[in-house]
Design a protein around this ligand. Sequence first.
Ligand SMILES: Cc1cc2nc3c(=O)[nH]c(=O)nc-3n(C[C@H](O)[C@H](O)[C@H](O)COP(=O)(O)O)c2cc1C
Length: 542
Amino acid sequence: MAVAEKVFSESGYHDLRGHIAALEREGLIHRIDRPVNKDTEMHPLVRWQYRGGIPDAQRKAFLFTNPVDSQGKRYDSPVLIGGFAGSRRIYSIGMQCPESEIGARWERALRSPLRPVAWEGPAPVHEVVITQDELEASGGLLKFPQPISTPGYDNAPYLSSAHYITKDPETGVQNAGNYRGMFKGAAKVAVQFSPHGADGAVHWEKYKRRGEHCPVAIVVGGPPVLAYTAVQRIPIELDEMAVAGALVGAPLRLVRCKTVDLEVPADAECVIEGYIRTDYLEPEGPFGESHGYVHQRTISPVVEITAITHRTNPIWTSFISQVTPSESSTIKIVSYEPMFLSFLRNDCGVKSVVRVSMHEPLTNIRPVVFLQFRNPTEGEVWRALKLASGFKIGVGKLIVAIDEDIEPTNLDAVMWALAYRMTPHEDVQIVRGYDKGHAPPFREVAAMENSVMLINATLRDKLPPISLPKREFMERALELWNELGLPPVTPQSPWHGYSLGDWDDELDQEAQLAAQSRWIENAIKAAKNRVSADTKFAKGDL
Ligand SMILES: Cc1cc2nc3c(=O)[nH]c(=O)nc-3n(C[C@H](O)[C@H](O)[C@H](O)COP(=O)(O)O)c2cc1C
């Protein structure tokens, strides 16, 4: 049996430990046993994986078994960074399916969520219970080696892979949202809700109106599938835990928390229980963000911790986010792209769209989007461009329609399409009236309007062939290249000529004659078709 099949054929879902074992079997973890400073060295070290030219296929997770801090403090828990989505392969192992199935799994899970079940017997996450009166003496939150994400700019360690579980006080439906959490003490941590509609904030507002504090359970090191749902904008009526179970076809197993009326995965590494205060806010931030800039200070709610429960020898986790590509762009793009394509093709019926590609490096997947088409009509292109700009908040500052022969991950190819297949005054539309997403410029959010530029860079007219030798000549030449022992090449698209419609049999025959070294026959034919020097040429003939 192939290694990949072994990884995906196990039944049930993986908790974090099962997932780490699967990654280890696949050789996808760098294990670092020497002491590494969590506040100054850990994230910068992993950052080199993303700023050091290592391609996605070679990226791995990092497990630091000996974290220390700048005060010489040692920590018992190891830290896993990049373990959920350090690369597309790591994400697919967490989803327990090949990458090609991820989109279909998401669609199915959103249509048919799988209700979680109760854990039977003592829950692993309750192996150690630190009650409220023990928090200060035990170290509480400070027992855990949360690394600083952007040393030199962040003002504290922030929870980064923390799923805040809250419950709608009216419907009883739980929500899991991945929000950053500034460390504020042994028994206190912040939560930062985006002003663009975090579901946890909707719950918090409801408790605030009722004059109550908002119960919360913060899961760190839950099953990977929960992480994949906690970072997705899922309708508030749907419980992320049910969607997570449906993603892997096995219900999550939950246990009731010790001090709040919420349910959490019983096999999570750690759960921080408490109440998000609704009577005061505190300064929070700055914090390096996924849009690639340090996000300035906010005034945000605070969680007062009522208990911390964890497994024996818990494994701590941290997402590497900030400048993209990163774990936080990978964790979204892998599911966004296929769902985006399905939205355009299946929900909106634009069948000529064949691929959606979100630009990841530095831009962070949402602002720049490419739609690839096969034989579209002009109307289909514009309809798809406009629909794409409404897919999710913040999607599309620049959306470009391209043909199937233009590889969207190669910006040179996209520029080539822009240079020759579009005419700015005819093929560009700027549409106003969009919300401003989570990104600079940081002016007063409510006052800001956003707009989107839509560009049709698909071929409308026939063009002569690409001016490269036909495929058969390039293939033969590559054999020759290799026989000669010349340096290895990586073919870059386009690497051979192909027709774009404006080519006929006569021209093709002439080229064939030339390739047979019979070009003189073409010259003789041309001489027979001689015309007077006074002949007026049609516009465009020269
Ligand atoms: C590493 C990381 C950190 C995030 N931090 C925040 C945050 O601090 N606040 C926020 O509102 N969203 C944050 N997000 C985005 C949310 O996870 C995402 O919008 C998700 O849909 C929120 O869940 P909700 O829709 O249930 O509110 C973060 C995402 C990632 C991957």
